[in-house]
Design a protein around this ligand. Structure first.
Ligand SMILES: [Zn+2]
Length: 60
């Protein structure tokens, strides 16, 4: 494993982290109900994934 020759300053570390901190904005449209959902996740409004019903969701 490579050794660090010099450690970055707190300022450089924090500036790097400032770019990716938090947020997960990516959303796709569900193919079944056309609602917004997170990719590679079960749709929260109709409960399907890969065109298969996975969970039962109350649709009132
Ligand atoms: Zn859906």
């Amino acid at each position: 494993m490579a050794n660090l020759t010099s450690r970055h300053s707190k300022s450089r570390r924090d500036k790097r982290r400032a770019n990716w901190k938090g947020e997960y904005p990516s959303l796709t449209v569900c193919t079944e109900c056309k609602e917004m959902k997170r990719p590679h996740h079960i749709c929260p409004s109709c409960g399907t994934y890969d065109k298969k019903k996975i969970i039962l969701v109350d649709s009132k």
